[in-house]
Design a protein around this ligand. Structure first.
Ligand code: SAM
Length: 188
């Protein structure tokens, strides 16, 4: 919740796409229009339950009526949402969302990605994204910084980080300085 509230505070966000969400519905408490995508049947069962919308209504931090959509399937194979429809794309522990769902993110929209599966590193080498901030966490407190971004994504080992390399290992590589999560802007 703190992570998404911090994003909302810094970047105007009405609509968010969370690919590989499982049942992590929390973004809907902060963003009025949320779309979740997951291939797991348990996530599909969870979002099909009308009680989810009641839960969102009970916890939402905005005044309007929430809009919550769910698509069951592989986010990389496409789903029925308009191109460039979302202000924010969320990638947390769910593979290369930055690549599979880029087309749904508005130009000038933001990607919130961690590097657990290497997605932040993937976005960093993708010229369509620009690193604009890092987020750090201390307990339940999150903080955002837009300073000294050049210090991030410098590999500890002397290896060339390519798309193919990241896809082959499927996890984040070690960098000399890292953050809890990263914010990128879609620039192309
Ligand atoms: C480790 S869980 C993380 C869940 C959530 N993002 C969180 O941080 O609590 C990874 C989720 O991503 C989903 N996932 C991974 N690859 C996917 C894909 N290509 N399409 C749809 N869902 C995917 C899995 O089904 C799983 O529910």
């Amino acid at each position: 919740m703190g992570l998404f509230a911090l994003m909302a505070e810094h970047y105007p966000t009405h609509s968010a796409l969370y690919a590989g969400s499982f049942t992590h519905v929390t973004p809907a408490f902060v963003f009025p229009n949320t779309c979740f995508v997951d291939m797991d049947k348990r996530a599909a069962r969870f979002f099909a339950d009308p009680a989810v919308l009641d839960l969102v209504r009970d916890h939402k931090t905005y005044t309007e009526e929430p809009v919550v959509h769910f698509h069951h399937g592989d986010y990389a194979k496409g789903f029925e949402e308009d191109e460039e429809a979302f202000d924010l794309l969320i990638s947390q522990y769910a593979g290369f969302v930055s690549q599979g769902c880029k087309g749904y993110l508005k130009r000038d929209g933001y990607l919130l990605a961690n590097n657990s599966h290497g997605d932040a590193g993937m976005a960093f080498i993708d010229p369509d994204y620009q690193l604009v901030a890092v987020i750090n966490r201390r307990g339940e407190k999150f903080s955002l910084s837009e300073k000294d971004l050049d210090a991030y994504f410098i590999p500890k080992k002397d290896i060339e980080i390519t798309r193919e390399y990241l896809e082959s290992i499927g996890r984040g590589v070690g960098y000399t300085k890292s953050a809890f999560s990263y914010v990128f802007k879609r620039v192309a």
